[in-house]
Design a protein around this ligand. Structure first.
Ligand code: DAH
Length: 355
């Protein structure tokens, strides 16, 4: 009979010591497993003296319940401790400022587009968009570039159908047409976006970016164009003084047309904008051709204005000292980490464009 008391005492001593979950499970199976201590006591009931049998059976059942509930309690307690330890380890302090965790960077082209939009919006331009897949009419014909016009060949167009009706836009100029067709003058818009030409080397990529500008009103002349562009270039390069040169050129959709060069020099391997005697071409522009206005039902006797098209990637390369255009589109995370911008620093004229 001493067995039951011994079993209980031994069990309690074990429980008082430091036990972990797997140990308590072991104790449980030592007691209640097929050949466990308690189980084997049950086998004794049949062979025990009849006079003692009843008490023994009842003591044994009592002990079994008692031990079982103690074990279950202990298991619960140990499981709780384990869960709490896990939670403690995985805890994130959501009150910490999020900046140290910011990993993404803004691509220099996106940054440049944001800067350009901010600069032009300061002087009343709104931002328009057009689709990358354009029709032939908006991309060429409406822009006074009819079939067989030599300018079409120069564009190395990606056509999307055999009839050459659909294409990847070769410039952002079709957004001029879309804007003027959907609204009434005056117009004062810029249209940044992707453009495509079948051309690829260190300074040309088959997909590149342009920003179009269009300003149409009743009294607009080339002086406005010049003022607008010189303001833009100064703001963009964050300099007080620039050198700018208008060279006569030809675009079917403007008359007269010009290309604009800015003066620069190289000091200690760095490009300095606004000084020196070297010239760099950065954009095309001109006064919108009367035929273009007629094509969009704007009366050229009453309205006139200027337009310009700037290569965005070129501007980004110049401003941020990036000398291979192809790196822009390599998706190299290390490159982006180096040349990219903080997502929380949205460029604006009054806070600074590119801090
Ligand atoms: N679309 C021309 C190009 O891609 C650039 C251009 C020149 C746009 C003169 C204009 C402009 O709006 O007036 O080569």
């Amino acid at each position: 009979m001493h067995d039951l008391k011994k079993i209980k005492d031994e069990f309690l001593t074990k429980l008082k010591g430091k036990v972990n979950l797997s140990e308590i499970n072991q104790i449980k199976s030592d007691l209640f497993g097929k050949n466990g201590l308690i189980s084997s006591q049950f086998k004794k009931i049949g062979i025990i003296e009849v006079s003692k049998r009843k008490k023994f059976a009842s003591d044994l059942n009592f002990l079994k319940d008692e031990l079982q509930s103690l074990i279950n309690l202990k298991i619960k307690e140990l499981e709780n401790i384990e869960i709490n330890e896990k939670l403690e380890k995985e805890k994130i302090d959501i009150t910490l400022p999020e900046r140290p965790f910011v990993r993404g960077r803004i691509h220099p082209v996106s940054q440049t587009i944001d800067e350009i939009s901010s600069i032009f919006s300061e002087i009343g331009f709104s931002v328009e968009e057009g689709p990358d897949v354009e029709n032939e009419y908006n991309n060429f014909t409406a822009l006074n570039t009819p079939d067989n016009h030599p300018a079409r060949d120069m564009h190395d167009t990606f056509y999307l159908d055999e009839k050459k009706q659909k294409l990847l836009r070769t410039h952002t100029s079709p957004v001029q047409i879309r804007t003027m067709l959907k609204d009434k003058p005056p117009f004062k818009i810029i249209a940044p976006g992707r453009t495509y030409r079948s051309d690829s080397d260190q300074t040309h990529s088959p997909m590149f970016h342009q920003v179009e500008g269009l300003h149409i009103d009743t009294n607009i002349n080339m002086g406005h164009l010049k003022g607008c562009l010189s303001y833009f270039i100064k703001e963009f390069f964050e300099v007080k003084k620039i050198k700018m040169r208008f060279r006569p050129s030809h675009f079917p959709f403007t008359e007269p047309s010009a290309e604009v060069d800015i003066g620069y020099e190289i000091k200690d391997g760095k490009i300095i904008i606004g000084e020196g005697d070297k010239w760099l071409e950065i954009l095309g522009c001109g006064m919108v051709h009367p035929n273009v206005l007629r094509n969009v039902k704007v009366d050229p006797a009453k309205y006139q204005g200027y337009a310009f098209g700037i290569g965005i990637d070129r501007l980004a390369m110049l401003k941020y000292g990036i000398n291979d255009l192809r790196a822009f589109f390599d998706c190299d995370y290390r490159w982006l980490n180096h040349f990219g911008f903080d997502p929380l620093d949205v460029p604006s004229n009054y806070r600074g464009l590119s801090r």
